[in-house]
Write a protein that binds this ligand. Structure first.
Ligand code: KG4
Ligand code: ZN
Length: 331
């Protein structure tokens, strides 16, 4: 069976082909139109998806060396995300499925992130602990099987990626903030400022990043314009260390307390090089295995959607034509 995956939940227009022989193509167009506004403009995102989706699907088929009639099913993100953006992908999926008389299935975007690691590690066994960290979500999940999830904790306020993006804006570094802070921090001293490690000492797996964001804001207010520029890498590195330390400690604690030896990172923030290094080092001490997808599979992509769709089709699942986008869809 070969599945075409489609992802249009936010500002990436993406298509991929996944089948019995693994991943055949993975095409992603990141919409750069939003950079000048310092964040995603929903109406512009929908229009870009309309403009890009068919060429991207054609490219994904061409790179996989497939014709549309060789596709047996379509998997598409139906939530969470921006409603206008989701509508574009969902309607294209329905149209293609109807014209070819093949099944389609709506996939939860967060579920896609959780399993993106399986594209690199097909032999990964259940159960595992997944830390899902993206622009809109931060949660720790105990994954028992495809479809069986126990949410251990989530953020009480900002998502991890959102905190990166907002602090980058405060530091005048630009958008999207995560990759910039990651790069700039490499030149900085993470011990320069002691920012709060929110909820680190509390039991449980809830996260909170808005206090950290405010602490950075007040720290900056006390500096002169000149010092802000001079110490920008140190401040970025100190912020990053505070946020990442909490992510790592809570995730390792979840793994230890539930006696689950496998940890999976998922979502755009899992690209962060400081996090990738710290969690590997920390887990090694406790004999825990950490699995992190290739960077291109951490941020939004359609390969992860195709993977989930393929396995749900194999389980006999499919969607029907009145499936509507669900912007606030939960795992
Ligand atoms: O998963 P994703 O592509 O989209 C959502 O589903 O939200 O995640 C995007 C988020 C953005 O907030 C971006 O700043 C962050 O992931 N991000 C990073 C890095 N690369 C992307 N955060 C920290 N370090 C990075 N290297
Ligand atoms: Zn995402």
């Amino acid at each position: 069976m070969n599945v075409l995956g489609i992802e249009t939940s936010c500002d990436e227009t993406a298509a991929a082909v996944y089948g019995s022989d693994g991943l055949q193509s993975n095409v992603i167009a990141s919409q750069s139109i939003h950079y000048q506004y310092g964040g995603v403009v929903p109406e512009l995102a929908s229009r870009e998806h309309i403009r890009l989706i068919l060429p991207i699907i054609k490219q994904a088929l061409a790179e996989a060396n497939f014709k549309l009639h060789e596709i047996d099913g379509i998997a598409v993100t139906y939530g969470p995300g921006l409603v206008g953006s989701l509508l574009v992908g969902l309607n294209v999926a329905k149209g293609l499925a109807y014209s070819r008389r093949i099944p389609f299935i709506g996939v939860n975007h967060i579920e896609g992130h959780v399993f993106s690691v399986c594209l690199n590690r097909p032999d990964l066994n259940f159960p595992f602990i997944a830390l899902v960290i993206s622009g809109g979500h931060t949660q720790l999940v105990l994954v028992k099987s495809l479809g069986q999830y126990e949410i251990l904790g989530r953020t009480l306020d900002d998502a991890a990626g959102e905190a990166f993006d907002k602090v980058s804006k405060m530091l005048d570094l630009g958008y999207p903030g995560g990759p910039i802070i990651d790069r700039v921090s490499a030149q900085g001293d993470e011990k320069f400022a002691q920012f709060p490690r929110s909820l680190l000492k509390e039991d449980g797996y809830a996260f909170s990043f808005s206090g950290l964001k405010t602490a950075v804001l007040y720290f900056l207010k006390r500096l002169t314009e000149e010092d802000r520029k001079k110490y920008v890498a140190d401040i970025a590195a100190s912020f990053q260390a505070a946020l990442v330390e909490v992510l790592v400690e809570k995730t390792v604690a979840a793994s230890r307390n539930h006696k689950i030896q496998n940890i999976v990172l998922a979502g755009g923030v899992a690209r962060n090089s400081y996090l990738r290094k710290l969690i590997q080092a920390r887990a090694q001490r406790d004999g825990i295995h950490v699995h992190i997808p290739d960077p291109i599979l951490c941020t939004d992509n359609a390969a992860m959607i195709a993977w989930v769709g393929y396995h749900k089709f194999q389980n006999g699942e499919q969607s029907d034509y009145n499936l509507a986008p669900v912007p606030g869809l939960k795992l």
